[in-house]
Design a protein. Structure first.
Ligand code: NAP
Ligand code: ZN
Ligand code: ZN
Length: 351
């Protein structure tokens, strides 16, 4: 066992605060990582505040982890001490079910183990995430990171990157297509960059008119303020695919009506309370579809990291100190994130 320090929520309403705990001893298949940077996902906030009614406390969030390998078990073959490595949203799964067999560990039929808030197989305590100095993870769930020159900006790829890459691939986004991205936050800004790199024409929908210039710079060819009904109406029946990343309940019909016949809007945003029910006529008359998508499997996460390295894609980040996490959450709730907070873990170690 190794001593670890981190920041934890002890209940839904108290701010995150320093917390000491231990990591398991490095087993034969394990990699121990000294965490350098950890991105701040809106799911961290939903979890710390028990907005999904499933939080196990104490809760140490954080699943966008990059760091340096400091120890490896005797059976580890893919990593050595000194390597840069990444850990995303998953640290284990059953490895036996059909989904695991297909490399879709996030859909493990026996329940995957999340990097945080996951009950460990065989009982025991809940997993504790990346707002901490070290982590120990089975090498099967550790990712190789090749673009190491801007490491802090790579961290958000481990959740925001894969959560947007996976549905863009699943729904075969590519050249000649018109693709909508709803919400310019952590996930949304990655979706704009990745869909653009896949060759699609990207239209960004936002509730924040002041994000317009940024969206164009990030790769959108057009920006629509979703509250403006005339701007919305101009895009009726024209999208091949829409990826909706919004973290709050809202009217889905406004976007469904923009899809072509047979096209899909995939929801990745996971608000604490349901969206108003969509109007079925908007679906029936054009055979439109609403779908969902959960992060991505380990193989696809590696594919995404390699794709981003090849295309020079990283997140646009604002670096924060660990001590500023509670302020960062408040700003996230005001949609004031440009476009991902990343914690410099040196600030935790120094304190
Ligand atoms: P984020 O950085 O806070 O971005 C969310 C964006 O949604 C905001 O920046 C804002 O963009 C827009 N928005 C917020 N409130 C809104 C409202 N009331 N109406 C319309 N738009 C609103 O959050 P994130 O980290 O990208 O995460 C987004 C959601 O995805 C969260 O619910 C998170 O838990 C979920 N998530 C899901 C998965 C998955 O596997 N499916 C993985 C990771 C995260 P504008 O200012 O541009 O309008
Ligand atoms: Zn996340
Ligand atoms: Zn499984």
């Amino acid at each position: 066992m190794s001593k670890a320090i981190g920041y934890a929520a002890l209940d839904p309403s108290t701010p995150l605060a320093p917390y000491s705990f231990s990591r398991r001893a490095v087993g034969a298949n394990d990699v121990q990582i000294d965490i350098l940077y950890c991105g701040v996902c809106h799911s961290d906030l939903h979890t710390a505040r028990n907005e999904w009614n499933n939080t196990l406390y104490p809760s140490v969030p954080g699943h966008e982890i990059v760091g340096r390998v400091t120890a490896v078990g005797s059976a580890v073959s893919r990593f050595k001490v000194g390597d840069i490595a990444g850990v995303g949203c998953l640290v284990d799964s059953c490895r036996n079910c059909p989904s695991c067999g297909e490399g879709l560990e996030q859909y493990c039929e026996n329940g995957f183990v999340g990097t945080y808030n996951g009950p460990a197989f065989g009982g025991g305590e809940n997993t504790l995430g990346g707002y901490s100095d070290i982590i120990v993870v089975d090498e099967k769930f550790v990712l190789r990171v090749s673009h190491t020159d801007n490491l802090a900006a790579v961290a958000p790829l481990l959740c925001a990157g894969i959560t947007t890459y996976s549905p863009l691939r699943q729904w075969k986004v590519g050249p000649g297509q018109k693709v909508g991205v709803v919400g310019l936050g952590g996930l949304g800004h990655m979706a704009v960059k990745i869909a653009n790199a896949m060759g699609a024409k990207v239209v960004l929908f936002t509730t924040s008119p002041d994000k317009k210039e940024d969206a164009l710079r990030l790769g959108a060819s057009e920006v629509v303020v979703s509250k403006n009904q005339d701007e919305m109406a101009a895009h009726a029946n024209s999208f091949d695919f829409i990826l909706n990343t919004v973290a709050a309940p809202h009217n889905l019909d406004a976007f469904l009506n923009l899809l072509k016949r047979d096209a899909t809007m995939t929801l990745v945003g996971a608000p604490a309370s349901p969206h108003p029910s969509p109007n079925v006529f908007g679906l029936i008359f054009k055979r439109r579809r609403i779908a969902g998508s959960l992060i991505g499997g380990i193989a696809e996460t590696q594919e995404m990291l390699d794709f981003c390295a090849e295309h020079g894609i990283v997140a646009d980040i604002e670096m924060i100190r660990m001590q500023d996490i509670n302020d960062a959450y408040e700003r996230m709730l005001r949609s004031d994130v440009k476009y991902r907070f990343v914690i410099d873990m040196a600030t935790l170690k120094a304190a």
